[in-house]
Design a protein around this ligand. Structure first.
Ligand code: CA
Length: 424
């Protein structure tokens, strides 16, 4: 007996020892993978300017004048311009860590924000009724955008937009995009919509309560309080109508919900999840998809919808309509769109997310997502760029891998999936 137990102990400990010793050899190291594929972590900051400030300014002036900006507008707006060197650090903040969806939501769908939105909805009831008649966009949605973009106008940013965009232009940072916005900002001044010192916003040029960039301002900002100037900094009527105009053009359909939390039936085919897969609400119901909150979907039977799993099969599921896509046109980020949707619901009735979030699953870091793409590439499942962005190509590659491995193909890169790929 004694001898036997000793042998067993010895066997067990040998087993434990050998698996410990083997782990580093069997599992590929993230940093090693990135290094061997030449993926460096140099921050994407401002490049070195290629000309003197005077040369650059002359060239910019010519470009602006060729696009209809008058010499007078240009010279006044850029008189005494100094470059804003704080932007050098601002552009280098490429976040390594990703905020989990649940944290993002819980920081924004708060009792205070809900209460403030309800108060504003009452205060501007007449205005939003008229806006809804004109643009066919549901009023709660408008306030949800303002809450997230600027805390209902409390944080609109105080950087001088012309100076910020000129600095980014000088450093040749995303120049095609920023120059278009700089010229749009000059046009705003020329149109008499704002004085240069009124055009304030974030370092990237997002302005006012809805955080419109200058090109969006020119496309979407409207006057609704009757003074003929679209004022997105201090006028709620102008701001709300401007957001409504944006959402109308993004094809928002009034009266249709953005989506609803649902429970999926056991044995659900996860290859049907994701924004690329659409069925009518009635078809989803026929597959056993049921609302998780009290909501009658009868009037939406023929509406097209997708099953959105923001954090894969272990988290909450949402049945989302084309209106969710319309929100994504304002800001192409699922956490953002979900927050806008849930906040607008919560102004009307208490709408908590029912299914617990998988809080133990930390979202993959940028490096980990890049390593994941390399590992999928090594398996010939992925041909796209190693950039850490989980887009369509990466999601499809993940699904194919999950199918090969007999896992539910939800397309979501959870830590377990990365470990499986690393340690095979
Ligand atoms: Ca106005």
């Amino acid at each position: 007996m004694l001898l036997m137990s000793r042998v067993m102990v010895l066997m067990i400990s040998t087993g434990v020892l050998s698996s410990c010793a083997q782990t580093p050899h069997e599992c590929k190291d993230i940093n090693g993978l990135l290094k061997s594929h030449g993926v460096t972590d140099t921050p994407a900051g401002l490049p070195v300017p290629d000309k003197s400030v005077e040369q650059w300014k002359a060239e910019l002036r010519q470009a602006a004048l060729s696009q209809g900006i008058t010499a007078d507008t240009f010279d006044k707006a850029l008189a005494g311009l100094t470059l804003d060197n704080d932007l050098v650090t601002a552009t280098q903040k490429q976040p390594e860590l990703v905020t989990p969806v649940w944290t993002y939501l819980e920081q924004r769908v708060t009792p205070e924000n809900i209460a403030q939105g309800k108060t504003l909805l009452k205060q501007y009831a007449d205005v939003v009724t008229r806006i809804n008649q004109r643009y066919q966009v549901d009023p709660p949605l408008l306030f949800a955008f303002l809450s997230i973009e600027s805390h209902y106008g409390a944080n609109t940013g105080n950087k001088a937009v012309i100076r910020s965009l000129a600095t980014l232009d000088y450093y040749n940072y995303r120049r095609a995009f920023n120059r278009q916005n700089l010229i749009a900002a000059l046009r705003m001044i020329q149109n008499g919509d704002a004085r240069p010192d009124q055009i304030k916003g974030s370092w990237a040029g997002a302005m006012g309560m809805p955080q419109f960039i200058p090109t969006s301002y020119l496309h979407y900002a409207v006057d609704f309080d009757g003074d003929r100037h679209p004022d997105i900094w201090t006028s709620f009527p102008d701001t709300l109508a401007s957001v409504a105009n944006y959402m109308q053009q993004a094809k928002w359909e009034a009266g249709v919900p953005w989506g609803v939390e649902v429970n999926l039936p056991s044995g659900f085919d996860y290859s049907l999840s994701g924004m690329d897969s659409q069925k009518t609400v009635a078809d989803w119901q026929a597959l056993g998809v049921k609302t998780a909150v009290p909501r009658d979907l009868a009037s939406l039977s023929s509406e097209k919808a997708s099953i959105l799993l923001p954090v894969g099969k272990n988290g909450p599921a949402f049945l989302v309509t084309d209106n969710f896509r319309a929100i994504l046109r304002y800001n192409n980020d699922v956490s953002y769109a979900l927050t806008v949707g849930l906040l607008s619901d919560n102004y009307q009735h208490d709408t908590p997310v029912r299914k617990p979030w998988p809080r133990q699953e930390t979202p993959l870091t940028r490096k980990e997502r890049e390593a994941l793409q390399i590992l999928l590439q090594e398996k010939h499942l992925y041909q796209g760029a190693i950039d850490g962005n989980i887009g369509r190509g990466t999601t499809q590659a993940i699904r194919t891998y999950q199918q090969q491995e007999g896992l539910p193909p939800d397309g979501y890169p959870d830590p377990a999936l990365l470990d499986r790929l690393r340690c095979q």
